[in-house]
Design a protein around this ligand. Structure first.
Ligand SMILES: C[S@@+](CC[C@H](N)C(=O)[O-])C[C@H]1O[C@@H](n2cnc3c(N)ncnc32)[C@H](O)[C@@H]1O
Length: 207
């Protein structure tokens, strides 16, 4: 019997999510490009974020910033489904060739920006209606930078902030600080089909 071919991608809520076996992704890898801060695949928290936004369409989403974007599928979904102008931000420049391949596959483009959470200023954040992120609070050292970025986004007038996570303790630490300071909500979320994922979303409406 022939060995079965590895899956090259999944369709999810209107976008194509490539795996490491997709020809466009393999082409990038052949150039020796290798992300170094866990931006080496599409993480399942982005499914939670997309599914949530698909069910709760944001009122303000002309301009969206996807922070810690990795391969960028959440922002790509916003560009494709909501018609948003998306800026995709990551500290690691090596994620962007993978993001570009994923965006091409989905027939959209986003604007890349190399920056850490810490370096995004209030003035930069003030250009956006919505800030989204998936699985960006995975180390103790990231709790303060992510919390401070949320504080600046609120000050900047960003209307919606949604951060998805597989429920790491560091995420809950950050989310409970946002609940105390800004009345952020934390919502349990799951997807069943076509891909299973579970975790939580921190949702902040900056009225
Ligand atoms: C676990 S991956 C998640 C990627 C993507 N959001 C997803 O769901 O597929 C975390 C991403 O955050 C980026 N990152 C880590 N620390 C960062 C920082 N201080 N500032 C900006 N990006 C950071 C990494 O390079 C990586 O792409």
């Amino acid at each position: 019997m022939k060995p079965s071919k590895p899956r090259t991608g999944h369709r999810f809520r209107g976008v194509t999510m490539p795996t490491n076996a997709h020809p466009l992704i393999r082409q990038v890898k052949r150039q020796g490009i290798s992300p170094s801060i866990h931006g080496n695949k599409l993480w399942k928290s982005s499914l939670l974020l997309i599914d949530y936004l698909n069910k709760h369409r944001p009122a303000h989403c002309k301009t969206v910033i996807d922070v810690g974007c990795g391969w960028g599928i959440s922002g790509i979904w916003c560009a494709k489904t909501l018609g948003s102008q998306v800026t995709s931000v990551d500290a690691d420049p090596d994620v962007f060739p993978f993001l570009e391949a994923t965006a091409t596959l989905n027939g959209v483009a986003t604007t890349p920006l190399v920056s850490t959470f810490e370096k995004l200023t209030t003035r930069q954040l003030s250009q956006f209606d919505m800030l989204i992120a998936a699985d960006i609070c995975f180390w103790d050292e990231l709790v303060d930078p992510v919390f401070n970025m949320v504080n600046r986004a609120i000050k900047a007038g960003v209307k919606h902030i949604v951060i998805a996570d597989p429920e790491r303790p560091t995420f809950h630490d950050m989310a409970s600080r946002c609940a105390t300071r800004h009345c952020a909500e934390t919502i349990e979320w799951q997807t069943h089909s076509p891909v299973k994922a579970s975790g939580a979303l921190m949702v902040l409406e900056n009225a």
